[in-house]
Ligand binder design. Sequence first.
Ligand SMILES: Nc1ncnc2c1ncn2[C@@H]1O[C@H](COP(=O)(O)OP(=O)(O)OP(=O)(O)O)[C@@H](O)[C@H]1O
Ligand SMILES: [Mg+2]
Length: 284
Amino acid sequence: MRDQAADLRSLVAQKEPSSRIIAVTSGKGGVGKTNLAVNLALALCQMDYRVVLIDVDLGLANVDIVLGITPKYNLGHVINGEKTLRDIIVEGPLGLKIISGGSGITELANLNGYRLEAFVASFEQLNQEFDFVILDTGAGVHRSVISFVLAATDVIVVTTPEPTAITDAYGLLKIIHQRAPHSRVRLVVNMAKSPAEAEMVAARLNSVLREFVQWEVDYTGYILTESQVARAIAEQQPFLLSFPSSMASRSVKRIAGVLAGESAPSQPLGIRGFFARVSGLLHF
Ligand SMILES: Nc1ncnc2c1ncn2[C@@H]1O[C@H](COP(=O)(O)OP(=O)(O)OP(=O)(O)O)[C@@H](O)[C@H]1O
Ligand SMILES: [Mg+2]
């Protein structure tokens, strides 16, 4: 007689990996990506999701600073074969897992086929373990940033109301739309003076996008300029933890709620697929 439980188990084992990969990015630097990525990741942890935050910013190890941690190893050590992926994962607050990208991101572009396959395969093990992979990217439209953006299942573009930030956000959005017309892109306006100002920024961006590329992004939320955010950064503590009732914390929880509640995106899911796409794009 067939064992129904065993059938069920094998069915579950065959289930597609379900990690959602969210890239937090921006056209202009310094608009609040890292803060949003870290606090969003923590807000999802508070909702009992299993979350890994990967710092894929080539420039500075920002995630480390915001969380006040100093990981010894990064993806570069995995690529070199010195460490396994598991060795480099560090644990942050609320059970959040953190992977430092470090030099690994540039090295990814220089890997040959066999080593690349081995590297990508090493991510297989994470597929079943995480509901959300949050990527804190660098700013701008460089290939190393765009590759992560295009490979992600969801993209959050951050801007401030500053005209230069809006212009750069538009430039980035245009490229995302050209290269990946079906990707789901969300806009978060940070450092706004009021919800009305944030809404105006989103409306302005969308009206330009509609006019020139016949496209729109989803306006997902805002974070106001708030002294507690700056204080939390100075203290190297995420504001969600040190100022849980601040406006910023409430805003981030709302954004996390929207992300968690939305239906599955069109991109294939899974971390392995993601890194395969990133490496393909980097070699493009
Ligand atoms: N809502 C806010 N209220 C007050 N200050 C803020 C807010 N958001 C960000 N900041 C300030 O902006 C600075 C930059 O934020 P953050 O490092 O998150 O930006 P970033 O986009 O990741 O920058 P980079 O492009 O350099 O990676 C912070 O150090 C903080 O001082
Ligand atoms: Mg940053």
